[in-house]
Structures are given as C-alpha cells and as structure tokens.
Design a protein around this ligand. Sequence first.
Ligand code: FES
Length: 277
Amino acid sequence: MKIIDKKQLAPEIMQFLVEAPLIAKKAQPGHFIILRHRENGERIPLTIADFDREKGTITLVCQGIGKSTREINQMQVGDSFIDLLGPLGKAYPIKKLGTVVCVAGGLGVAPLYPKAKALYEAGNKVISLIGAQRKEMLIMTEEMAAISAEMHFSTDDGSFGHHGFITEPLRAVLAREKVDEVVAVGPVPMMASAVKVAQEFNVPVVVSLNALMIDGTGMCGGCRVTVGGETKFCCVDGPTFDGATVDFQEILMRQRYYRDQEEEAIHRCKLEEAEQQ
Ligand code: FES
C-alpha cells in the first residue's frame, strides 16, 4: 500500500498511484476503497479512479478539504497508507448502449472516469461534459478526452468553456442527439439538476452518490440514502444508483449535519499547519 507516484491535479487535489495488487486484481468501475493514512486516522472513502491489474496499482484522487484529507495530500512517494480496504461497493454494470453522456462536476471526474473508459471500451460513443468552479480546477481532462468522441466544459466563473452550470451544455446535447444513458457524478445539487434535465428528454440517468461513510460494509448505517422509497446503503447497495429514484433533498440535509464539526476540525488543522511552518 505504498505510494509510488503522486501528481498535483489542481489546487488541493492530488492524484496518487498506489501499490495494491489484490485490490487492482478485483477492481471494477464504480468500486471504492476506504483508507487510513495513519494509526488512529479517520476512515476516508475514495473512489478507485483507475486500476492496472498487470502492474498491481490503483489510482486515487484526494481533495484536501478536511483535516484527514489535507494530511493525506501531504504524503509523499514512498510513504504507505496504514490500511486500505477494498474494493468496496457494487460495480457499475457496463453494457453496449449506444451513446452515453458522461457528466462530471469538480472531483466527480475521478469516479466518472473508470465508468466512461469502460463504456468506451465496450463500444459506446462517449460524450463528456466536465464542469468546475474555475479553469484550474478542471481535472483528468486528457484522460477523458482520450475516450470521448466530444468534450464540453463549463466553469462557474466563465474562465473556460461555457459560463455557468454543466447542466446547460447537457440540455443542448440531449436536444440535438439521441442519447441512451446519462451518467452524472459530482456535487449533489449538480447530480439532482442533471437528473431533472435527463428526465425532460426521457433519458435514463445513473448517479454515483458520495454519502458520509464510516465502516463501508453496511453495518453502521452512516451512508444510508433513500432510493425508490426504500433505505439503501451507499457502501453496499451503491454508490451507483438510478438517479430518477434518489431522494436528493434528504442527502443534502444529511450532508449538513456535521458542517460545524467539520469547520472546527479544518480551523484546528490550519492552526496546526501554521504552527509547523
Ligand atoms: S458506511 Fe456504514 S453502512 Fe455504509
């Protein structure tokens, strides 16, 4: 579980290539891992953004937004994670559908990429739409371009591509092209909007939910979501679900539960970092 390569993708977003042959052997698009970076460390779920079975490596992408993720992003080539659990979750079923529009917002490109790559390898035409706050926050664009027939970008500040939300280019693509499925991954409001747009055109849409997780094995209930009126656990039933059946309002509400504690932890972390300098 040693880090064998590390690359900065954007401010506060790092990509790690990690030696994990047993996980690489079984990984499928849609799977994730839970890692601890040190003794007594928090359990952090990260998507498997790519894997190489022959080399025995997996790719992880981490955004330093909390205390633990900021510490992880300080780790260097040669360092090892203390434990890495996976692959977890249900694999996203790959089929030859025809044309698939892959929509990602922010860090959502990391979980989207292995799905988009597998869809491309299965013979689908992949149209990719990638959005971010600003140009330098767009990540994995070369990897996505390599498997996409078309690429469209949007930024919140207009610094690259369409000025506004990525759902606007999505509506334009769906208006002009027969699309067989939309795959949307990113912040919850973005996925909720992408589902609404896909439904306007009667196109099936799948989403990948990033609920709070603790054990990752279906025991704690921390990652519960309501899908089709039933309680599901993201870690064992997902994280990929039929977007049309997901209760996004409930997910947004649950994400707000721990905001105060998270802000407090980030504040303490920044103070510690400042003291160390
Ligand atoms: S993370 Fe505990 S049930 Fe899913």
